[in-house]
Design a protein around this ligand. Structure first.
Ligand code: AMP
Length: 195
């Protein structure tokens, strides 16, 4: 199955992506994780992306599309994948359609986690405080200023994707404000699957 998980930062996409990958036996393809790995490795891509990421702005399509194209071609993605954090703009969605079309592939569904955007800043600060209390490292862009930019970027550039995929009959929306387990059940059932 080839899926996209859509939703604002802090909506729980990463958590649900892990559940889906375990259930479906396909990899999670997170552009955020790929970019963070590039930054950690100080690769040319990482050096180009770092400042934008720290501010909570989008990295260029050129960088992101080349990461995704290379990842989709790897053998573990042949049976399918769960895209997390990509696409984030209509331009990226069109490029993904073209990329998959050239490979003779198509998306099966786009799952949207619907959350109250106003609740997300509180959710993020709570999550960061808990992680710090456990002595875990937190993300450079999990600070209030960058997080607000990430939310604003989402509102302006990513929200239009819902209608893009709804028009293509691919969109399934799930209430992301419920418990992690409940959301997981709803995500699976929107795909006609049981946990
Ligand atoms: P995420 O882990 O998905 O929240 O992504 C963290 C950061 O990586 C974002 O705030 C962007 O700076 C960058 N990023 C991740 N995915 C994309 C994408 N599809 N397009 C542009 N920038 C991205």
């Amino acid at each position: 199955m080839r899926l996209i998980l859509l939703g604002p930062p802090g909506a729980g996409k990463g958590t649900q992506a892990v559940r889906l990958t375990e259930r479906l036996g396909v990899p999670q393809l997170s552009t955020g994780d790929m970019l963070r790995a590039a930054v950690a490795a100080s690769s040319p891509v990482g050096l180009q992306a770092q400042a934008m990421m720290e501010r909570g702005e989008l990295v260029s399509d050129e960088i992101v599309l080349s990461l995704v194209a290379a990842r989709i071609e790897q053998s573990d993605a042949q049976r399918g994948f769960v895209l997390d954090g990509f696409p984030r703009t209509v331009g990226q969605a069109v490029a993904l359609d073209t990329m998959l079309g050239e490979m003779g592939l198509a998306l099966d569904a786009v799952l949207e986690l619907q959350v109250d955007l106003n609740a997300l800043v509180a959710r993020m600060t709570g999550r960061v405080a808990e992680a710090r209390a456990r002595g875990e490292a937190t993300r450079a862009d999990d600070n209030p200023d960058a997080f607000r930019t990430r939310l604003e970027t989402y509102r302006e550039q990513t929200v239009p994707l819902s209608s893009y995929y709804a028009e293509r009959g691919l969109l399934r929306s799930v209430d992301g404000m419920l418990s992690v387990d409940r959301v997981a059940i709803d995500v699976m059932s929107s795909l006609g699957l049981k946990l």
